[in-house]
Design a binder for this molecule. Sequence first.
Ligand code: CA
Length: 243
Amino acid sequence: MSDDTRILLVEDEKVIRDAVAAYLHRDGYQVTPVGTGTAALEAFHSEEPFALVVLDLMLPEISGEEVCREIRKTSSVPIIMLTAKGEVDHRIIGLELGADDYLTKPFSPRELIARIHALLRRSRVDGGMKDEMISYDGLQIDAAGHRVLLDGKDLDLTASEFKLLTMLTRYPGRVYSRMELVEKVLGYDFDGYERTVDSHVKNLRAKLGDDPRTPRFIHTVHGVGYRFDPPEPPSESEAEVTK
Ligand code: CA
């Protein structure tokens, strides 16, 4: 298994590259920063395995899209794409390019780090450490034991509610469309069933004691779907990376 702390960072804008590298470094990661797709593929194929790749979509010479496809020929390493607003249909990033997650610029470094943690945790879980307990602000999810605890108390969730919750918590902050949740959680793809997701969310919220108007965990993204966003632990304020 690869070293859990090695990250390949591909970003052509030096200011962003340096800022992100500094944050990752501060969080305990070993970062290999590169500025082109060519350098990214060279580093990827010649150095020790990376645990994760942060990949800008718009790069000179070889685009992030091509880099992603190239990496996917030989590796299932987690990839987070950095995109600009409106640059690409976000569903394409996952479905066609094979990236695991994406962030739209401007993003906060803290959010990037949260996504990295979530992806690495998932790849560890997929890699065999399935007994790991995932915790967010009083909410504990034991995927292997099919148990969810809220403030230490067992929640009695249906299979669909459990799936929905584990899907949403996989990438905190990521917005899931209703359609996506229907496909991934319920496993069928008729428009009419999008309302089924709403009722599962409603029931799940009731069990979590989550008020949709002032949500602690599950936020409604109007016209789109839902995202899981637990309260942030207190930390120093951070500037946004803005380009
Ligand atoms: Ca760029």
